[in-house]
Write a protein that binds this ligand. Structure first.
Ligand code: HEM
Length: 326
């Protein structure tokens, strides 16, 4: 079977090789902006159309440049003390609220993102039970219909962030929301409050549900190989990508890996399959702690490459440092 196949029932294409995944993710023929999950009545969800991941190319470029500037390498470095403090305070058995490593893995990214965005922990906890479903809706292929309770949580979250953005517009602080509001591109372009709301929600959800499973996997890992913890983190990401699918829509008739695909088609890139492509990774099903090079696609590729990759890598690395010292 080839690396590009079509489900005969749904008509949706699926990509399983590394090369074809890179080809689709790098090509302007394939877009996310038609992938906004639809309401039952066929209406596009206005909130989701403003989310960077689904935005039309011009808006996407603006939102991505501004968000990228607040998540720059220097910004990530400046987050290290907060990461250390949160990890140290939440170590299981330290008299805090986490009783197990699983809870610890959930709580640390949530507290970090809450701190960065300027949200108190009580509010984070209120949204926590819905984050995985919200993420499936955000990253979905249109197939995930959120239950009423989750839709209500999303509405509450939007209202909460609208209030927060209003407060920070009037009274800026040292948090990401204030920085998103005040950042300008060299052209003078900034984000309007609606875009700050959708971006803050994307960061809160996308950052939490992806980083927690990596922490859960890496915490019990045996000591790093000769290449150290960074390589162990990359290999964990390769074998267990927290986000399995990257959906795209074809803007024109096109070819992928020798397969012709019609305009208007939907394609799902399977990141776990691409990461185990034997043409790129030797012994692909085996955890090789010092694998090098490791060109996994767990953070995506191309225009939508994960903007939080630096934050996630730094957080996992800091947490490993704190837990191994304890
Ligand atoms: C291990 C942790 C993480 C993984 C595996 C991950 C994975 C991904 C993937 C695969 C994409 C691309 C989706 C696509 O092309 O369809 C993505 C996009 C994105 N991620 Fe992450 N992510 C992680 C952590 C984070 C964190 C911590 C943040 C923010 C603090 C974040 C923010 C974003 C944003 C804003 C985008 C959209 C970028 C764009 O549309 O241009 N992610 N992530």
């Amino acid at each position: 079977m080839g690396s590009v196949t079509r489900d005969p029932d749904s008509g949706v294409w699926r990509v399983t090789s590394h090369g074809a995944a890179v080809q689709v993710l790098a090509s302007p023929v394939w877009t996310t902006s038609r992938m906004v999950p639809e309401e039952r009545h066929g209406r596009r969800r206005p909130f989701l159309s403003n989310v960077m991941l689904y935005a039309e190319p011009d808006l996407h470029r603006t939102l991505r440049s501004i968000t990228g500037s607040v998540l720059s390498r220097d910004s990530v470095r400046s987050m290290v003390p907060a990461m250390q403090e949160i990890a140290g305070r939440n170590l299981p058995g330290s008299g805090c609220r986490t009783d197990s490593w699983d809870e610890f893995a959930e709580r640390v990214p949530m507290e970090l993102l809450g701190t960065l965005l300027g949200i108190d922990i009580g509010t984070c906890e209120q949204f926590a039970p819905h984050l995985n479903t919200l993420s499936a809706v955000l990253h979905g292929s249109g197939a995930v219909e959120a239950p009423a309770s989750v839709r209500l949580a999303l509405i509450k979250m939007v209202h909460f962030f609208m209030r927060l953005v209003k407060e920070r517009s009037a009274d800026p602080r040292e948090d990401l929301v204030s920085r998103l509001l005040s950042s300008r591109l060299p052209s003078g372009e900034g984000m309007d409050p609606t875009h700050v709301v959708s971006t803050a929600i994307l960061l809160f959800i996308a950052g939490q549900v992806t980083t927690a499973p990596v922490l859960r996997r890496v915490l019990p890992a045996p000591a790093g190989g000769s290449a150290g913890w960074d390589a162990v983190i990359e290999e964990t990401l390769r074998l267990h990508p927290p986000q399995a699918l990257a959906p795209r829509h074809a803007l024109a008739d096109t070819m992928v890996d020798g397969q012709s695909i019609e305009r208007g088609s939907t394609i799902l890139i399977s990141l776990p399959d691409a990461n185990r492509d034997a043409a790129v990774f030797s012994d692909p099903a085996t955890f090789v702690p010092d694998r090098h090079p490791n060109s996994h696609l767990s953070f995506g590729f191309g225009r939508h490459y994960c903007l939080g990759a630096g934050v996630a890598r730094q957080l996992v690395s800091v947490v490993l440092g704190v837990t191994r010292e304890s």
